[in-house]
Write a new protein. Structure first.
Length: 82
């Protein structure tokens, strides 16, 4: 609801500065939301499993939408992942 409210401002379609401000606010709304406790617990458990306790273990993560890579267009890398 808060995100939809922020996106109601029609100025974001014509004012790049306003778009950046609203985008920053929406990203912060997402980042401020805690993970559900059961998900966080499962995530930590699986991280321990794959990392085998190695604190310097690294992974790369890439998200993809279903229409992100079309035969005549690619939007990969244009979206942020949280």
């Amino acid at each position: 609801e808060r995100i939809n409210k922020a996106l109601e401002d029609d100025n974001i379609y014509t004012d790049v500065t306003k778009l950046q401000e609203v985008g920053k606010a929406v990203r912060q709304m997402v980042m401020d939301q805690p993970l559900p406790p059961s998900f966080e617990s499962d995530l930590k458990e699986q991280w321990q499993r794959v990392s085998e306790g190695n604190d310097s273990f690294k992974v790369a993560v890439r998200s993809s939408a279903t229409a992100e890579d079309l035969p005549d267009a690619s939007f990969a890398g244009q979206q942020e992942t949280f």
